[in-house]
Design a protein around this ligand. Structure first.
Ligand SMILES: *Cc1c(COP(=O)(O)O)cnc(C)c1O
Length: 399
């Protein structure tokens, strides 16, 4: 029996990508085996993290690395590391940063929310956020003039969440920060390329172990040895509440090793086949434009972009996404990637589907589009009510 029915959970189909709110990723069998093997055993965590450092160094091309609770924890603890170094007294004193360099420069267009605001991950360490540039435009000279005697770090975010144009390229960002003696931390939580950011000069690069890597929930901190050590030592301070267990560390190590062995071309070919299968089958629907769309940050993957014309389709992108997620009894809930639904499109992401689910995703899309065509009235709700409606559903949790 599926554990979800044992606990009365809906058997959702994830066509959204790798989402914390949906349980992150599908953990691969070799990772599950490695974790199961370590669970009943005792290990010396310092030593386990020492071995993890070697695995990370190999995978990321960095001097060292360690595993923490999440990429978000990695941000907080990396910033802390730049402020305290390996001074255990200062580490215990955080988030009191009196007398320490404590300002973190970050482009305004990088101040994202990945489930929580990134500026809060900075402030949690006791640091202060110094935004650089405007929402959609930043320049090297602005970064240079924002860096002063109190600057402790420069944070760079690589993500579909950030503004995708008008930002300072990483190479220039690194050059400007390094010219002022400021370390650069790259949040690359959801990036495929484990080496690019270290190779481009980042002092620390941060990844989620539970996104494309398919590990357990954890964060990977890779980079210069002294900074990695200082970040690791935060476990005796503010990092205690962000601790990772042996299962998360082994899970990340196994996922990194698996990643290097994965047949990426085969995965890509399978996903491409799902996308063209869906695109061709949806052609017959009026008001639906389906096309393949490349990942915005250059990860080697595509998604199906479904543009919905509410007049012709008789439903809107957001009403269709909501109907897919909340189907009539007996039909499978399908969660699509709809952060931009007010622009009349959403994405169908194949990266987390189990074999056969590509058929269910299509059947559900077809059923909902036909239902909309046959309904007496078009199903188009005002978009401005959607957020409030979703908030109301959640407000009384756990009821
Ligand atoms: C997912 C994500 C995070 C948070 O990662 P966790 O490991 O889930 O804490 C941070 N930054 C970006 C850009 C992300 O996409």
């Amino acid at each position: 029996m599926d554990i979800r029915s044992r606990y009365g959970l809906r058997p959702v189909i994830n066509a959204s990508g790798t989402m914390t709110s949906l349980g992150a990723s599908s953990v691969h069998a070799p990772v599950i085996e490695a974790v199961a093997e370590v669970l009943p055993q005792f290990v010396e965590i310092d030593d386990l993290q020492r071995k993890a450092s070697a695995v990370i160094a190999r995978a990321c091309g960095s001097e060292a690395g360690y595993i923490t609770a999440s990429c978000s924890a990695g941000i907080t603890l990396s910033i802390a590391a730049t402020m305290t170094g390996d001074d255990l007294g200062l580490i215990e004193r955080l988030p009191d940063t009196r007398g320490l360099r404590h300002e973190v420069v970050i482009q305004t267009g990088h101040l994202v929310n990945y489930g929580a605001p990134i500026d809060q991950a900075i402030r949690l360490a006791g640091a202060r956020v110094v935004p650089v540039g405007a929402a959609t435009e930043a320049h090297g000279y602005q970064l240079a003039s924002a860096i002063g005697e109190h600057t402790t770090a420069a944070l760079y975010v690589v993500s579909h969440h950030t503004v995708q144009y008008g930002m300072i390229p990483l190479e220039e960002f690194v050059a400007v920060a390094h010219a002022k003696g400021v370390p650069v931390i790259v949040d690359a939580a959801s990036e495929y390329d484990l080496q690019r950011f270290i190779a481009a000069g980042a002092d620390l690069a941060l990844y989620s172990a539970h996104k494309f890597l398919g590990g357990l929930t954890a964060g990977i901190v890779a980079g210069r040895k002294a900074l990695v050590r200082a970040a690791y030592f935060q476990n005796g301070g503010i990092g205690r509440g962000m601790k990772v267990g042996k299962e998360g560390i082994v899970g990340a190590m196994a996922a990194l090793e698996q990643w290097q062995q994965r047949d990426h071309a085969e995965v890509r070919a399978r996903e491409h086949a799902y996308l063209t299968f869906w695109r061709d089958a949806l052609k017959r629907f009026a008001g639906v434009r389906a096309e393949l769309d490349a990942d915005p940050t250059g990860n080697p993957l595509e998604r199906l972009k479904l543009q919905i014309d509410p007049r012709e389709a008789r439903t809107s992108a957001w009403d269709l996404a909501d109907a897919l997620a909340r189907p009539p009894a007996g039909e499978a809930p399908v969660i699509v990637r709809d952060h931009e639904a007010e622009q009349h499109f959403f994405f169908v992401d194949p990266c987390n589907l189990h074999p056969g689910e590509e058929q269910v995703v299509l059947a559900r899309l077809v059923a909902e589009l036909e239902r909309a065509q046959q309904a007496h009235e078009p199903r188009v709700t005002p978009f401005h009510q959607r957020d409030a409606r979703r908030g109301a559903t959640r407000r009384n949790w756990p009821d």
